[in-house]
Ligand binder design. Structure first.
Ligand code: ADP
Length: 633
């Protein structure tokens, strides 16, 4: 079947958008391909359509578990067989999933990069018929990227196990050096990049200097109607800002990674449906969320990088209608940003100390530990060893990068069950009491595919549907597990630590330049770029962001706060810049009289004279023999 019919059949769309078709054709011809598309550009279709057009299984490597589950659900809703494997699943669950990929005619296997070099995966991979590898968020493979994840480096090993299988790398954020790096690290046969402009013409970028962010936020929300997201850095503040807005009569709800899954779902829904107008959230919110009519994204705190800013701000105005991205900027933000550098990169000695304390905490002897997995309670650890969570979190991330541990703060392990009896046997057993029977029936009605694969369940939902208490549900499921009727894995909300190599002597913990200094330096550079963005007085903000991503853009947006600011000439800054550029281009080519110059430019003559007067007063342009020339600087 051709690509367009697949698009029509499964998604109902008539045509591809932007560069989708170019990417699909390229990967369809088995060429390694890198696709750069802004968020909302429609990346998923670029691998889903060609994968459906070929025989075999498409391997999709992606780091975010929540997003993975979303996509799998999405594909299943369209009648496409898809499955996910990630850290936090039990071994049995992983085996079931992987065998489904071999025997079950599955089209998509989503896998987190950490699982790639496990023995079980590599062994099962040999029996799979893989058609293509998709690497989502592929900037994570680059040390220079803002979100480097060492596990991504394992992908090139997987490529060696799958000779001839092409790779499609996708990202919504990459500076020019990252674009090169992605292709090199994924061992592209030849460079092959498709990019779509990242310009968002309907998005108005604004920076507001203010010492009272709450007031300013309120002011903005009162002037820009419609759905909004407010980003803040810390979890406590999401609640505080939300309460403040509620007091002011604005419907708001809040979201962060520490909330229960069902609460997250509920809040997300109430915001999506417009029941709550404003979502106040940390950066845990937004990935994979596709709400087209967000009119405003306000950052109450600075993100760590232009990459993150662009992604988050870009959630406004996906429907193409005018929308605003506002960054609130107080005097103290500079110092706060600098502190983030030392929080994210604590001293090496400190990192070693955390490693030592972790070994104490788990009573790990020298030389032991390889492969051991432990639930990690950061608050308890910090309490016992007198640390602060922020620095411990950073130290563990650096130790992860250096390969000593694997630390995941992913807190997304919902409860799961699978029936271990076959359906017929289940009905043959008749000795259940009424409550148990009700529960089993409710489970069978609520979840599908539960005899062949683990299904996510919610005890709360089951309680609601059966009229039993949450505790009764829990106890019954534990009992049924003991009776080997089903297998129940209660949800857990703890992060964990895996020893990826045996415990070393602390003095031998080596943090290389690549792992530490280089990363710190690029972190600093991004913070600096963020400050430059906020401090800019004369450069169009949209242009600044695009330039950061290596996109040459010849015109000002004409609508950001810089463009709209009055220039001393009396014109708006954006107009002034555009006309100045046009004049420069003409006069560089040859000297012209004022009259000749006017004739060549398409701008309003009044405005051109105004700019000319200004440039001459500033001696940027001179007159010589009746002709205008640029003053040599
Ligand atoms: P990204 O991953 O790039 O952020 P998605 O793949 O989630 O974007 O797509 C964004 C939205 O655009 C989705 O709702 C998707 O269904 C829609 N979309 C993608 N391609 C097309 C198309 N060719 N025509 C219409 N809508 C599309």
């Amino acid at each position: 079947m051709d690509y367009k019919s697949i698009l029509k059949q499964y998604w109902g769309y008539d045509d591809f958008r932007g560069i989708q078709e170019d990417i699909i054709t390229s990967i369809g011809q088995q060429r390694d391909t890198l696709g750069l598309m802004p968020t909302g550009g429609g990346k998923s279709i670029t691998f889903q359509v060609p994968a459906l057009a070929q025989e075999g299984l498409c391997l999709v490597i992606t780091p975010l578990i929540a997003l993975m589950k979303d996509q799998v659900r999405n594909l299943r809703d369209r009648g496409i067989k898809a499955i996910a494997v990630y850290s936090g699943m039990t071994r049995e669950e992983i085996v079931v999933a992987l065998e489904n990929c071999i025997f079950g005619n599955y089209k998509f296997l989503y896998i987190s990069p950490e699982r790639l070099d496990t023995e079980i995966f590599q062994q099962k991979l040999r029996s799979m018929k893989v058609s293509m590898i998709t690497v989502d968020e592929s900037h994570c493979i680059s040390q220079w990227g803002y979100d480097f994840r060492p596990a991504y480096l394992k992908i090139s090993e997987i490529r060696k196990l799958l000779p001839g299988v092409p790779v499609l790398a996708l990202t919504a954020t990459a500076t020019p050096e990252v674009v090169k790096d992605i292709q090199a690290r994924l061992a592209f046969k030849e460079e092959n990049v498709f990019r779509m402009s990242f310009e968002r013409k309907n998005l108005v970028y604004i920076v507001r200097n203010t010492e009272n962010k709450a007031e300013e936020l309120l002011h903005i929300l009162n002037h820009v109607p419609g759905s909004a997201i407010v980003y803040t850095r810390n979890r406590k503040k999401t609640k505080e800002i939300c309460q403040f807005l509620n007091q002011q009569g604005i419907t708001a709800t809040f979201y962060h990674a520490g909330l229960q899954n069902d609460i997250k779902d509920q809040r997300q829904k109430s915001w999506l449906t417009g029941e709550h107008r404003v979502m106040v959230a940390t950066n845990a919110f937004g990935m994979g969320i596709d709400k087209p009519d967000v009119r405003l994204v306000v950052h109450a705190d600075f993100p760590d990088s232009p990459e993150a800013y662009f992604q988050e701000a870009g959630r406004a105005g996906r429907d193409g209608n005018k929308a605003y991205a506002v960054l609130l900027y107080a005097q103290s933000d500079k110092a706060i940003l600098r502190k983030r550098i030392s929080d994210t990169f604590p001293e090496k000695e400190y990192i070693r100390k955390v490693y030592e304390d972790i070994n104490f905490y788990y009573q790990m002897a020298l030389g032991d530990g390889l492969g051991c997995t432990y639930a990690f309670n950061i608050d308890e650890f910090c309490h016992n060893f007198k640390h602060f969570p922020i620095q411990v979190d950073s130290a563990l991330k650096i130790l992860t990068r250096a390969g000593y541990l694997e630390y995941t703060d992913e807190q997304d392990n919902a409860s799961r069950i699978i029936f271990t009896l076959r359906r017929d046997d289940l009905y043959r057993l008749q000795e259940y009491n009424a409550d148990t029977e009700k529960l089993i029936h409710t489970i069978l009605r609520s979840y599908t595919g539960i005899f062949s694969d683990y299904a996510y369940i919610s005890e709360d939902t089951l309680a609601l549907r059966t009229g039993l208490s949450r505790q009764q549900i829990y106890e019954t499921l534990v009992l049924l597990t003991r009776q080997h009727i089903l297998h129940y894995i209660p949800g857990k909300k703890t992060p964990y630590i895996i020893y990826t190599c045996e415990r070393r002597d602390t003095s031998r913990i080596h943090l290389s330049k690549e792992v530490y200094e280089d990363r710190k330096e690029s972190f600093e550079r991004r913070i600096q770029a963020m400050l430059e963005y906020a401090d800019a007085k004369e450069q169009c903000r949209s242009r600044m962001l695009l330039r950061y991503f290596g996109e040459k853009n010849e015109h000002n947006c004409g609508q950001c706060d810089v463009c709209l600011k009055k220039h001393q000439s009396g014109l708006k800054q954006g107009e002034f810049d555009d006309i100045t550029e046009a004049i420069n281009a003409e006069l560089k080519a040859h000297p012209l009289s004022a009259h000749e110059l006017m004739g060549k430019l398409t701008y309003d003559k009044e405005k051109v004279s105004c700019v000319l007067r200004y440039l001459m007063a500033e001696e940027i342009i001179q007159e010589s023999d009746g002709k205008l020339i640029l003053t040599k600087s």
